[in-house]
Ligand binder design. Structure first.
Ligand code: IPD
Length: 266
């Protein structure tokens, strides 16, 4: 029998809380840099690796037949059950390393191919340890935080509060800034929080009206995409700039306005 999404969500939330507590503890002990990745600005801390190991071990113990695709582990492992866990142990690593509380653990369970354009997200948990806030969703079961059902917001008369982000590679900054310029007429203001999974959780919670960012990795948005759609919003990845696809999320109207401007805007 197929796994019930809410059972996968229960496991994801339990592990996300434990992993988040470990990240917070390591943060108070001091952060040590382990490596840089795509550019000097793209860092990995020892805690990223340790937290991912903990999540991987807990999932393997609870569900040995599932696959695993984590930010720090690289290629996805095979799945006998049809379920693969897509994990960002610390999303917002630069914030984490800098002592800024906007970082989170992001865990999603997906079925189908391990390809963000083809998989179906079944369960999601995003936990922000420094805020002690948990955001969760199950396919068909809604999106929730603090016992309340989440709903995306619609922008008020002053315009939309829009989150965004920039790639680590300085060569991409001009294009990203051009997009910001193009969407600015829709915005009441912009936020660049530094953790994509948390941006998406905040869209689901109606704190941000919308969010867009080019070049995200699958583990950055796997869980957040389900939070948004289960909160009644739209989530899409635009094709127009491969391989740095554009992620857009928000309520239906602002999502469509953003995608239209971005498609024609740069
Ligand atoms: C990053 C954050 C950041 C976004 C980058 C991501 P990481 O994830 O989500 O907000 O702008 O594109 O890579 O590296 O901290 O896990």
């Amino acid at each position: 029998m197929a796994d019930a999404p809410h059972d996968l969500t229960d496991l994801a939330t339990e592990i996300a809380r434990e992993a988040g507590a470990l990240a917070r503890r390591r943060r108070t002990e001091g952060v040590s840099l382990a490596a840089t990745k795509s550019s000097l600005a793209d860092i990995v801390t020892e805690a990223d690796r340790e937290v991912e190991e903990l999540i991987r071990a807990r999932l393997a113990a609870a569900r040995p037949g599932d696959g695993f695709f984590g930010e720090e582990s690289g290629a996805a492992s095979g799945s006998a059950s049809g379920v693969t866990w897509v994990v960002d142990p610390i999303d917002g690593t630069v914030n984490y390393a800098s002592g800024i509380p906007a970082y989170c653990v992001s865990i999603a369970a997906v079925t189908g191919p391990v390809d963000p354009d083809a998989w179906e997200v079944q369960a999601a948990a995003v936990y922000a340890p420094a805020l002690d806030e948990l955001f969760e969703a199950s396919r068909g079961g809604g999106a929730w935080t603090g016992g309340e059902r989440m709903r995306v917001s619609a922008p008020g008369g002053a315009g939309a509060l829009i989150g965004t982000g920039f790639g680590y590679d300085p060569a991409t900054h001009e294009g990203d800034l051009a997009t910001v310029r193009a969407v600015m007429p829709l915005a009441r203001d912009l936020r660049r929080m530094g953790a994509a999974a948390l941006d998406l959780a905040f869209v689901a919670a109606g704190r941000l009206d919308a969010y867009f960012e080019r070049g995200l990795q699958p583990w950055d948005f796997a869980a957040g995409s389900l939070l948004v759609t289960e909160a009644g919003g739209r989530f899409s990845r635009m094709e127009h700039d491969r391989p740095r696809k554009m992620t857009v999320a928000g309520g239906s109207a602002i999502h469509d306005e953003l995608t239209k401007i971005i498609a024609g805007g740069d």
